[in-house]
Design a protein around this ligand. Sequence first.
Ligand SMILES: Cc1cc2nc3c(=O)[nH]c(=O)nc-3n(C[C@H](O)[C@H](O)[C@H](O)COP(=O)(O)O)c2cc1C
Length: 409
Amino acid sequence: MKGLEQKRIILGVTGGIAAYKSAELVRRLMEQGADVQVVMTTAACEFITPLTFQALSGHPVRCESFDTSSEAAMSHIELARWADAVLVAPCSANTLAKIAGGIADNLLTTLILATDAPLLLAPAMNQQMWAQSTTAENVNSLAVKGIKILGPDIGEQACGDLGAGRMLEPDQLVDALIQSFQHLAFAGQRILITAGPTREAIDPVRFLSNRSSGKMGYALARAAREAGAAVTLISGPSVLATPAGIDVISVETAAEMHSAVMAHISKAGIFIGCAAVADYRLAEPASEKLKKQADSIQLTLVKNADILAEVAALPNPPFTVGFAAETSHLIENAREKLQRKHLNLIAANQVGDNQGFDQDDNELTVIWQDGQVELPSSSKNQLAKKLLEIIAQHYFQKSQPENNEKHPT
Ligand SMILES: Cc1cc2nc3c(=O)[nH]c(=O)nc-3n(C[C@H](O)[C@H](O)[C@H](O)COP(=O)(O)O)c2cc1C
């Protein structure tokens, strides 16, 4: 797997001589699998043209805060949310000072203030500018906030001076960015998640389904992504927005979900079956819309494949996590399902009476062979993060050597 696969990077370019190296940097980032969008300051456009970056990145380049066509395509807030990381290279003394002071007077500094993505700065300036006490104070105040300062290097400068202030080379910046992602719990791991309901056709306009909204599975996909995993989400019909940075495969029926899972499972180290997959489908869906004639009709249902059990029974199975939605005897039923299907973990949740399905909040009991833990009621986003922490503990503690062999990064 490439070091920046599925990672969305905003590259900020400011007004310094080293801006020419940023063109090479875009290429290096993309070679590592990153999707790169470039944001330039007005001064940067004096050193290198936006067209160069546009041609290299395959995205329009943003220079002005108040460009109406760019805002219409993707607003600065959407751009801030889109990013997995923001790298500013070169970072001028001026932009460095503005970021340290919380100033937001152009698109780059505004989106830096608006993003919660990790920020990495590669300062590049004349050695005297770098040595100034104001610059040093700005660097220190940024570093204590957890902002990564990459370099600068010492050497000969474009102005003829010798000293500290050269921008690190593109390869060094790419390595630093890759490393910053590797501190995340699931860096280098692939996680396959199913979400939402399935629909089983009765006729061309009607179907059997359930009340699952996909909220829990989508929250898990986002949380896994934030924890550094490459995530594939196989989703039944849902009105939820596609989460950023996630490979989403849309399916409708249980059979389609089964095929999609089986097509992608060999690459996944972890499988989380969160979808509410229909247990049964119609033996023979009608090819024409059923007419309202007879007083009663009978539908013959046949069993669908058990995706979770099939995944756990593969010769080289991933770490398999199931969900049990139960209306009664929650823990007994969930534990029975864990054992019968040979799962590593199961998350049990009570459904019905406005609980579980289609709610923003939920509570879970996470069960494994010789233990269990309660996750009290909270938002599905919070639950997803906690569940992933539990998955990480079990996955890395119990299966590390095996998993490393099967899924090298
Ligand atoms: C030829 C030239 C080279 C410059 N090189 C640098 C540089 O390497 N680093 C730096 O911090 N400023 C450099 N500057 C000054 C910045 O371009 C200036 O401070 C500008 O306001 C930065 O704006 P920005 O931070 O919005 O990009 C240079 C200016 C000129 C005219």
